[in-house]
Design a protein around this ligand. Structure first.
Ligand code: HEC
Ligand code: HEC
Ligand code: HEC
Ligand code: HEC
Ligand code: HEC
Ligand code: HEC
Ligand code: HEC
Length: 397
């Protein structure tokens, strides 16, 4: 009898161990490997518990800031009858669909001289798409970009106006702001030159959950194992961050692309100090002459609103809501700090709309860094962005 009890005890113990172990293994096992390392779970894992956010994210600008090109998403641009960009009498680039994909084809005096396929799209198409092709382990930018405002192809920003150019290298720096990860290798080819190679298969398109929230495997495993736990564990909460930490988490990609990196910003996690990633020339508090393109941080930091309050990007933007174009909703955020405003009669006569503080105080401005040119047009088209330098501007109209 005693022996029987002991066996029963051992058996129960073993079963308990197996159950506990298998539960642990199940949770972690359900999570696929991620190229970024064992601390990452990948965006597919987050869908299980954060379905709504994941769904909205699939359509937003961050989620789509880079993507693999498919005939499906390019076809809508091929229906326009302006698929040719003429540089001069001899030279033109044509966007052509062929059996093996869609290509930009360079012609010289009617003879095909370059053929490169669309592999990667940069941008969500909000304002523009720029494209790149792979050649071995390097990316090169295609000569034509597609601009949403004019619904047509134009010379890629910064490219020569008189000649087609297929050889502009795209480094991992573009991907550091437009994707979640790419594995790189650098080789010193000479005293002055460092050569970078990227692993195509390791590229994670778009800016995914863990790019902004940090590695979250431990978080996912914990909540898979403890479904009744409603308080978040093992994840950095933006609510607990200091103002600088909050600003840094956006400034990592929204402080312009002229900065020198000390280490790859792919390593940046919310809570980190951005000063450890960008060299000292990091422009803070509105110094220098920031551009509207990509440098919302420095623009904002130069504003009175920012200096005289605790404002952060999140005072107006919640990355998980979609209020694009709803300037009345944004204006409510101004009014939350400015319940009353002193406007002159002249200003009020210009039709002060309670519903739109934005067009007067954050006007659209042309980027000094980016502009583009359409075929046969010698004029440069401006690339317009909202000025994040909130202030008093001469009133139009
Ligand atoms: C098994 C369920 C589960 C999975 C899988 C999961 N989470 Fe969560 N997460 C939760 C719960 C529960 C909370 C707390 C309640 C809430 O905020 O929704 C939470 C909260 C969060 C928060 C808010 C933290 C805060 O305090 O502000 C973030 C950010 C987050 N999760 C990110 C992620 C990411 C990224 C992934 C994928 C890598 C992920 N979660 C996967 C269950 C999960
Ligand atoms: C990993 C880089 C990265 C981080 C981190 C990041 N952004 Fe962005 N953000 C981008 C890129 C790239 C775009 C342009 C996307 C596009 O249209 O292709 C963008 C676009 C936006 C837009 C315009 C969206 C639209 O619908 O037009 C807003 C607003 C924005 N970001 C706010 C933020 C805020 C606020 C934070 C901090 C919480 C943040 N971003 C963090 C890279 C980043
Ligand atoms: C561009 C950066 C960015 C990306 C990408 C991003 N988040 Fe967030 N997320 C934030 C910020 C910033 C907050 C804090 C919002 C606040 O407190 O105002 C937040 C808040 C959250 C919260 C807390 C609940 C809430 O709505 O405030 C959860 C949960 C969450 N994110 C999950 C996710 C998941 C899942 C993904 C991927 C599908 C994701 N996030 C992608 C920046 C991002
Ligand atoms: C420091 C971060 C950063 C770097 C580096 C960067 N970008 Fe961007 N890019 C952004 C942000 C932020 C936006 C959107 C808002 C803006 O223009 O200010 C953007 C916008 C774009 C857009 C327009 C997207 C749209 O949907 O309208 C394209 C195309 C683009 N970038 C391509 C590139 C390419 C190609 C490179 C490399 C040569 C590059 N970017 C480097 C941050 C960056
Ligand atoms: C977080 C609070 C906050 C928010 C949100 C906010 N502001 Fe301000 N703003 C301030 C403070 C504080 C000042 C400085 C007031 C002073 O010195 O009397 C200021 C100053 C200003 C000024 C005077 C600027 C100057 O250079 O003299 C204007 C114009 C202004 N805000 C417009 C806006 C608009 C438009 C919005 C929305 C897009 C907005 N603000 C959002 C807090 C805020
Ligand atoms: C006082 C409110 C306010 C604050 C604070 C603010 N933004 Fe914006 N932002 C706006 C408005 C308004 C728009 C235009 C939205 C639209 O047209 O739908 C905008 C647009 C953008 C865009 C799209 C680019 C464009 O020109 O259309 C990006 C990117 C962006 N903000 C990033 C940021 C970042 C990063 C921060 C923090 C450094 C920030 N914003 C802080 C109000 C704000
Ligand atoms: C038609 C353009 C226009 C619109 C719309 C507008 N403003 Fe102004 N605002 C101005 C001008 C111009 C001034 C400078 C004073 C003047 O000449 O009236 C100013 C001044 C201000 C000031 C500084 C004076 C003060 O009150 O301390 C604030 C703050 C401000 N506006 C906020 C707002 C907010 C918030 C809204 C939206 C509810 C708004 N403005 C809508 C043009 C405009």
């Amino acid at each position: 009898m005693k022996r029987y009890k002991r066996i029963l005890f051992i058996l129960t113990f073993l079963v308990a161990v197996v159950v506990i172990l298998s539960r642990c293994m199940n949770a972690a096992d359900k999570i696929p490997d991620d190229v970024r390392g064992e601390n990452y779970a990948g965006a597919k894992t987050c869908v299980k518990c954060h379905a709504d956010i994941s769904k909205s994210f699939a359509h937003n600008a961050h989620g789509n800031s880079s993507s693999a090109v498919s005939a499906q998403n390019l076809n809508k641009f091929l229906t326009t009858d302006s698929n040719t960009f003429v540089f001069n009498n001899e030279m033109k680039v044509v966007v052509e669909q062929r059996d093996s994909g869609i290509y930009q084809v360079g012609y010289f005096n009617g003879k095909q001289v370059r053929v490169q396929r669309f592999d990667i799209a940069f941008g969500s198409g909000e304002k523009a798409f720029t494209y790149a092709y792979w050649k071995d382990k390097k990316l090169f930018q295609l000569p034509l970009s597609h601009f949403s405002e004019i619904k047509t192809w134009a010379n890629s920003p910064g490219f020569p106006v008189n000649t087609m150019y297929f050889d502009r290298v795209i480094t991992s720096r573009c991907l550091e702001c437009h994707s979640s990860f790419v594995k790189t290798q650098t080789k010193q080819v000479s005293a002055l030159q460092i050569d970078e190679e990227m692993e195509k298969g390791s590229l994670i398109y778009g800016i995914d959950c863990e790019r902004c929230h940090g590695p979250a495997k431990q978080h996912a495993v914990f909540h898979l194992e403890n479904p009744k736990e409603k308080a978040p564990k093992f994840i950095t909460s933006y609510k607990t961050l200091s103002r600088k930490q909050k600003m840094d988490a956006c400034a990592v990609c929204h402080s312009g692309n002229t900065l020198t990196t000390i280490q790859s910003v792919f390593n940046f996690q919310p809570g980190d100090n951005l000063d450890n990633f960008y060299a000292q020339d990091f422009v803070s508090f509105g110094g220098a002459n920031p551009d509207v393109h990509g440098n919302q941080s420095a623009m904002l930091e130069g504003s009175m609103c920012y200096r005289k309050s605790e404002m952060t990007c999140q005072s107006c933007h919640n990355t998980h809501e979609s209020i694009k174009g709803k300037l009345n909703v944004y204006s409510q955020r101004c009014i939350s700090c400015h319940q009353t405003q002193k406007h002159t009669k002249e200003t009020l006569a210009k039709g002060i709309l309670k519903a739109n503080c934005i067009d007067c105080h954050m006007p659209m401005q042309a980027s000094k860094l980016i502009s583009f040119q359409t075929a046969g047009n010698k004029n440069v088209n401006p690339y317009l962005l909202r000025s994040h330098h909130i202030g008093i501007y001469p009133v139009q109209k």
